[in-house]
Design a binder for this molecule. Sequence first.
Ligand code: 13P
Ligand code: SF4
Length: 426
Amino acid sequence: MTTASVNERIQLIVKGASKDSTCSPSLVKGPWEFDGGPAHYGPGASSEDTIPADSPTQGVLPAEYRLASDAELHERIIAAKQTLGDRVVILGHFYQRDEIVQHADYLGDSFQLANAAKAHPEAEAIVFCGVHFMAETADILSAENQAVILPNLAAGCSMADMADIDSVTEAWEQLEELYGTEPDSQGRVPVIPVTYMNSSAALKAFCGAHGGIVCTSSNAEVVLKWAFERGQRVLFFPDQHLGRNTAKAMGVSIDDMPLWHGRKPLGGNTAADLEKAKVILWNGFCSVHKRFNVQQIEKARAEFENVRVIVHPECPMPVVDAADEYGSTDYIRKAVAGATEPTTFAIGTEINMVQRLAAQYPQHNIFCLDPVVCPCSTMYRIHPGYLAWVLERLVAGEVVNQIKVSAEVSENAKIALERMLAAKPL
Ligand code: 13P
Ligand code: SF4
């Protein structure tokens, strides 16, 4: 078993020193080579992910960071952190590269990191090593005087980009026209909006303003239960797979989960389909988790008799059905940590996290279901060069790359986020 990091494996593959394969040779380039460049997410981009025109773009990273060696950046990050002490807290998502994770004060899934952002009012700055929607959430939940910093502004999320406020508002208006707004005899309104955490602050605000809620992959079932207590049906966006997998596990029939295609009248459905719908699924997906398929699971089972297959609920339904278990990134981490006997794990989630688990638990055989090394392209944009830069600017008294949600959006988004935080994972 190799303990090389994802970056080291990519370098070996591109040099021809490893037989593995990678989703793109451009992975070896620094993310700054793509900053301000053509409208795609750069190294590791899956399915030609495209950045929407109004997304923040990252300015050119100063040459001293672009040209510094990995070892120099590592030392500079440590030195800046030491100087800043409690003035800064660094949050890291499980999908971040090891070179970043080692500097994080807190590592977690999106639910845990939302809580962590709230829990450190002593820090002047929260440096969020994750993606844009996570940093927005941290800004909404943290104190007014705290600055939330995203080291690379171009670290977005292609799934979050698949639902925009205009399309969702348009869908909502069509649904209101169809269903009306009157509650039924049990006091349940016709439809409750539920947004996955992986969405813009504007969509979280939409949910807050319309009696809705946010969910993460770790509490989606608790959140849907909350929604069904208050509404006859749910409009779930942007991730169709998380919505479908969760509702199916709760006993909702697939026939009662129509897919909503933005910009088509009634989302491409008939009024009759929508009348009987329980969960209306937005047509979004994660390009990383979409790569997993049932054939990969069959291959793992053929090769390893007692393999334990665990996948993330952003995977398509046939993959979740064929797996032994599914759950959020923290669920997967806990499942591995809790295994008392040497076990073979085939895991369907982002490669940085799977590789880290494999290195942390050498008593187990842990591998990623997808044989191709292809990290989440947007998480991958947080390179140590950017982290060193934002920290050293803080040392110099300058806040760069601050993520600031407007007071108007923040107020309603916070309502939906606080509802979510109260819905603790099972
Ligand atoms: P969780 O951190 O909730 O498992 O979500 C995974 C993910 O895709 C984050 O973008
Ligand atoms: Fe977005 Fe998927 Fe990357 Fe998560 S893993 S940030 S959902 S593209």
